[in-house]
Design a protein. Sequence first.
Length: 358
Amino acid sequence: MGDGFRSFCWIGFSWILILCIHQVQLSEPQSDGSCDFFKGSWVFDETYPLYNTSDCPFIEQEFDCQANGRPDKLYLKYRWKPSDCMLPRFNGEDFLRKLKGKKILFIGDSLSLNQWQSLTCMLHAAVPQSNYTINRKGDFSTFSFPDYEVSLMLSRNAFLVDLVKEKKGTVLKLDSIENGKSWKGYDLLIFNTWHWWLHKGRKQPWDFIESRGKVRKDMDRLVAFREGLTTWSEWVDSNVNTTTTQVFLQGISPTHFNGKEWNETKSTTCRGQTTPATDSTYEGGSPPAVAVVKEVLKNMSTPVILLDVTRLSQLRRDGHPSIYTGLKGNDCSHWCLAGVPDTWNQLLYAILTTGETS
Ligand SMILES: *[C@@H]1O[C@H](CO)[C@@H](O)[C@H](O)[C@H]1NC(C)=O
Ligand SMILES: *[C@@H]1O[C@H](CO)[C@@H](O)[C@H](O)[C@H]1NC(C)=O
Ligand SMILES: *[C@@H]1O[C@H](CO)[C@@H](O)[C@H](O)[C@H]1NC(C)=O
Ligand SMILES: *[C@@H]1O[C@H](CO)[C@@H](O)[C@H](O)[C@H]1NC(C)=O
Ligand SMILES: *[C@@H]1O[C@H](CO)[C@@H](O)[C@H](O)[C@H]1NC(C)=O
């Protein structure tokens, strides 16, 4: 981030991720590293949710579950409680003051849209009298608070690596990341990619995958994901100057289409779920993509902070829109707002303001 007030010292993942952050401006005392923000449980909190979407005029309809007729409200009332530490309560005005003059770019698929929307609603709710502007141009959206000189951009990009229309069809190029040219000049980059790597049939946007000079009709999706993410990691390592730019990776967001993961039957989905699971009842393990993400990050020279939201979100089978999207279908992939992505942003806020990461 700006003015060279941060430098990072990456030590690595061993049994716990240890990341030393020196911050001159935003600092609070470092703890001994015993606090893991991402390990904990969901607790009922009467003061939640952090905002009412009826006060968030720019909310996407598909995330506004209450407006779409979702009858239950209990899912709005859970706060993430790390086992060994306090998560600071989100203070939107403090966030805006500390990030004054900064440009934040979210890059990724609709889960990035989910998190970006959550953050804009949280911030608007904190400073409702402050003017904001919102601008959408194709796949790029800009939300600004002129009073604070803070802008939050969203670049829709499902794979991070390039998807190119050629004569033979649309090609997903695992080694090519020309997209990166538009990611320069930001203070904070928050990347995400995963869900689209799994799409098949009508939802698969490419006809061919190109990797290391070879063009194929298809390949193992986890292998493709690893190659694409590695290309991204090399882009970050050779293009990001960490004295001016801080990089986050929004971790793998889990879906809830298979009740077996929480001790129900396979045909049970997120639909009709009204309460979180607990660690002891949620038996689904870590999705394989999480291991890929951690391996790729481990091999980077740039200290990328992983928003390791997978486990905490796995416990929220109740957090999805299901049939309350205003569209057809049963969405157990995105998240209602207010909801789980608010917690991802609280974690982002906590890391930015306390320097704690693990
Ligand atoms: C949000 O505000 C509206 C209008 O004031 C109210 O009817 C609704 O119950 C509120 N929703 C929640 C979840 O508090
Ligand atoms: C918001 O913008 C309007 C029009 O640009 C301006 O008149 C008003 O003073 C602004 N409000 C604040 C609080 O800056
Ligand atoms: C990174 O940015 C700082 C501050 O602008 C500059 O002094 C430094 O030379 C840059 N480092 C590289 C490797 O470009
Ligand atoms: C799973 O469900 C079965 C049957 O309802 C119950 O006996 C068992 O205790 C449950 N297991 C856990 C871990 O909750
Ligand atoms: C780690 O990076 C080095 C250098 O970029 C590369 O040669 C190596 O194959 C990578 N290892 C893994 C496990 O990705």
